[in-house]
Write a protein that binds this ligand. Structure first.
Ligand code: AHM
Ligand code: MG
Length: 338
């Protein structure tokens, strides 16, 4: 029987042989992975666990919260607050930051998460996920505030997501490539099933919510029009389209076989840069995609170079196969020069 590598073994190896991760970060990742396992169990129970439907409340972004949004948020907080590895947490489902209570020791890390991404898919039994980003508290100030979180994505110490689909998978980067772990439900462990994942530089597949087409900016329309023109158009090849409406599932497909994911600015809410959130959706996904050889921009700038000004900041997102992201970004830069 071939020997399997568990998440713990992978992390110990990263710590011991490659010197990538300190002990506290290893503990943090293991705790997040354990929490994701609990979320996966709740997701799988569905109606049998009374986890479907809305909770009757709204989050800070004015979105209706689903029961699973709240359950996943609580699971992640409970799992992470006592271990001594964190100073504070922030989540899509909480207005402000959650400082580790005084009764527990405080660590140097900051954890951000979207506890349940793709909420609109919960009740229809389509893949959803958890996205997380890890920062280190910089400076020696006592206490912790929202300002400590406002660091560019390039300073992330680790990032990952868990996709709850036909299989539950954990995708992780600690800055040394991207590793994929599959949950073995019989043994309860995360088993390494792919390491050093690479996204093909070219693709014939794009992901965007086409129903927003009439609201797009000209460079977005140009890029998609050219894809739709197919083999007789300027691109000289036919494109396919996929849109799951769970970023985790769309990104996972891109990681597996290439593609380009776009959630651009549009005119529905012109004052907002985009729909997705920078700190716990775009940054961790950008880190993973770049570590897999892809690219991620907001249409003009590298996502991980953006300096956040608030916790729940939104951002336009284009990520995936490098050459397509570069083309999409070039169309925006060209339009800006006119
Ligand atoms: P959520 O975090 O509230 O679930 O929202 C984020 C999701 C992404 O997963 C997905 O890419 C996008 O929203 C889908 O948006 P739309 O329904 O506008 O297509
Ligand atoms: Mg989300």
């Amino acid at each position: 029987m071939s020997r399997q590598t568990s998440l713990t073994q992978y992390l110990v190896e990263q710590q011991r042989e490659h010197g990538h991760i300190p002990q506290e970060l290893r503990l943090l990742i293991e705790v997040v992975a354990r929490a994701c396992k609990r979320i996966a169990i709740a997701v799988n129970k569905g109606a049998l666990g009374d986890v479907l439907g809305t909770a009757g409340s709204e989050n800070v972004q004015g979105e209706v919260q689903k029961k699973l949004d709240i359950i996943a948020n609580e699971v992640l907080i409970e799992a992470n607050e006592w271990g001594g590895h964190l100073a504070a947490m922030a989540s899509e489902e909480m207005d402000g930051i959650y400082v580790v209570p005084n009764r527990y020791p405080q660590g140097e890390y900051l954890l951000l998460f979207d506890p349940l991404d793709g909420s609109s898919n919960i009740d229809v039994n389509v893949s959803i996920g958890t996205i997380f980003s890890v920062l280190r508290k910089v400076g020696h100030s006592r206490g912790v505030s929202e300002d400590d979180f406002l660091q560019p994505g390039k300073q992330q110490a680790a990032a990952g997501y868990c996709v709850y689909g036909p299989q539950s998978m954990l995708v992780l980067t600690v800055g040394d490539g991207v590793a994929v772990f599959t949950l073995d439900r019989e043994t309860g462990s995360w088993v390494l099933t792919q390491d050093q994942v690479k996204i093909p530089e070219d693709t014939k597949e794009f992901a965007i919510n086409m129903s927003n087409m009439r609201h797009w900016a000209p460079p977005v329309k140009r890029y998609i029009d050219e894809c739709l023109a197919g083999s007789t158009g300027p691109r000289g090849k036919d494109f396919n389209m996929r849109w799951v409406a769970s970023m985790v599932a769309d990104v996972h497909r891109i990681l597996t076989r290439g593609g380009v994911f776009m959630y651009p600015w549009d005119q529905r809410e012109p004052e907002k840069p985009g729909k997705l959130r920078l700190m716990y959706e775009a940054n961790p996904m950008a880190f993973i995609v770049e570590q897999a050889g892809g690219a991620a921009t907001n249409g003009t700038e590298r996502i991980m170079a953006l300096n956040p000004t608030k916790l729940h900041e939104r951002v336009a997102v284009v990520l995936g196969s490098k050459n397509e992201v570069e083309r999409f970004t070039a169309y925006h830069l060209e339009a800006a020069q006119k």
